[in-house]
Design a protein around this ligand. Structure first.
Ligand code: AMP
Ligand code: MG
Length: 353
């Protein structure tokens, strides 16, 4: 076990001495968690294979899932990528620093382990002052996946990071809760038209305004309808973002969703199970369950995104056996929220109505 040092910093004007202490850990091959505007990342020197190996080990992350490499200026992109297509320039101008990750053909300067042996690299410039200061003071690109144990909901506060990684990493820069709450949008530019591999903090609608045609990878909108009897079988293979309890996602028009959730609660109660409902401000009043939490108003998908991972973690503390979640509108960040809910459910999706 390592001693994980917590360095509290102001999120807008971080204490430079603390950032330098963290940067010196990165330069020596250590692991530092830090806030970005999306979620907390777990950083390692992207050009140091041993550091990146330690990163995978600390998170228990499968070695075939590469991290995103974070930079603080656009010149670094040209060192990491072999080719920067013209539409990338437009996107970097429009969205960087910000929650958009671009996938490029990679250059030879990048160690194989950092890109999990792929011939591409995912790069982003985060918008958070602490993240930018850490990268700058480290003087190297920082590989940073989300700072959670693989499979768990991503961390949106330093406490979430410590819950998963205390004793497994060297330090954490605690800059308070993150603003956006879901990870960056991952966009593949090696295909034409560009394709979203993961919906996230930059809405699809905004990308289309800049690029025109943008496709969603079929995986992004993947759903598999399961009959109710089968929703209890463990879909562990596809689980991500998962709290301890089984998540069941109910999709459809709001009134039909509410009716289905009420009937699911009755079924679980007959089986002596504790049930949580992940509702919205407009609907939460209507449920009688062991625990009811609201993601926020259905008219404010940004707030729902900001609350999602925290609420999934809070349900763990309530010891519920099942979490029944309402679907949410898929415009803006709602697409990312729905994608995370579907994955969290292991595709235990019920179509209501
Ligand atoms: P995380 O770092 O936990 O936010 O996850 C990083 C995401 O970026 C994962 O979904 C990866 O599969 C994806 N990613 C990283 N590198 C690449 C790449 N070269 N091509 C496509 N996706 C990537
Ligand atoms: Mg992650």
């Amino acid at each position: 076990m390592k001693q994980t040092v917590v360095l509290k910093v102001d999120s807008q004007k971080p204490d430079i001495e603390k950032v330098r202490a963290a940067a010196s850990i990165i330069r020596k091959g250590g692991l530092v968690a830090f806030p970005t505007e999306t979620v907390y990342g777990l950083g390692a020197d992207a050009l140091n294979p041993k550091a990146v190996l330690a990163l995978f080990e600390a998170k228990k992350r499968p070695m075939d899932n590469p991290p995103i490499v974070h930079v603080e200026n656009i010149n670094d992109v040209y060192r990491l990528a072999e080719q920067v297509p013209p539409n990338a320039d437009k996107l970097m101008k429009a969205f960087w620093p910000g929650p958009l990750t671009l996938v490029f053909k990679r250059s030879d300067t990048v160690p194989d382990i950092t890109v999990a042996g792929l011939d591409t690299i995912a790069v982003r410039m985060p918008q958070h002052p602490v993240a930018l200061a850490l990268i700058r003071e480290s003087c190297r690109p920082i590989a940073a996946p989300s700072a959670n144990l693989a499979g768990k909901p991503s961390p949106t506060s330093a406490d979430h990071v410590l819950d998963d990684l205390n004793g497994r990493i060297d330090a954490i820069l605690d800059g308070g809760p993150t603003r956006i709450g879901v990870e960056s949008t991952v966009l593949d530019l090696s295909v034409d038209p560009a394709m979203v591999l993961r919906p996230g903090g930059t809405p699809l609608e905004a990308l289309r305004k800049v690029l025109g045609d943008v496709k969603l990878h079929p995986f992004v909108v993947a759903e598999k309808e399961l009959p109710i009897e089968k929703t209890r079988s463990p879909g562990m293979k596809h689980k991500h973002y998962a709290p301890k309890a089984q998540v069941i996602l109910v999709e459809g028009a709001v009134s039909a969703v509410m009716a289905t959730i009420k009937s699911l609660i009755s079924t679980y109660w007959l089986q002596d199970k504790r049930v949580g409902v992940l509702a919205t401000d407009e609907t939460a009043w209507a449920y009688e369950a062991d625990v009811v939490k609201s993601l926020g108003s259905r008219r404010n998908v940004d707030a729902m995104a900001a609350n999602l991972f925290r609420l999934l973690r809070e349900f763990d503390e309530e010891n519920v056996d099942a979490i029944v979640a309402e679907s949410v509108p898929t415009e803006g960040l709602g697409l990312a929220v729905m994608n995370r809910l579907r994955k969290a459910s292991g595709y235990n999706i019920i179509k209501a109505g």
